[in-house]
Design a protein around this ligand. Structure first.
Ligand code: ZN
Length: 107
């Protein structure tokens, strides 16, 4: 989870994959809300959620779309692999099932 303030990332918090699987992720709700409380307690907001696709391109899966429906306004940073095996990072907005790629700038 990436905390932001005025659109600038201020902190990165790791959440444990409750599915304990390299093929899919599940986030345990209480853990997520605890991290969210910590982020908001400092006056920041949840700006992005990142995860990786260990064997596919960094494009939102159906699971990601379903999960994103619960988190409107949050950007999705996905680390995946290109066809040549190189790591690729892409960022998306997912609103009402529509996927739009957005720019992620290094500060
Ligand atoms: Zn995914």
């Amino acid at each position: 989870m990436v905390a932001v303030h005025d659109g600038v990332a201020t902190d990165v918090r790791e959440a444990v994959n409750a599915a304990a699987s390299p093929f899919r992720f599940e986030v345990d709700g209480p853990q997520l809300y605890r991290l969210l409380d910590e982020i908001e307690g400092r006056g920041d907001e949840l700006g992005a959620i990142y995860h990786s696709h260990t064997r596919s391109e960094p494009y939102p899966s159906q699971t990601d779309l379903n999960f994103a429906a619960l988190w409107p306004g949050v950007e999705w940073i996905i680390v995946g692999v290109a066809r040549d095996g190189e790591p690729l990072v892409r960022t998306y907005r997912i609103e009402e099932g529509r996927v739009t790629e957005v720019e992620l700038e290094a500060a």
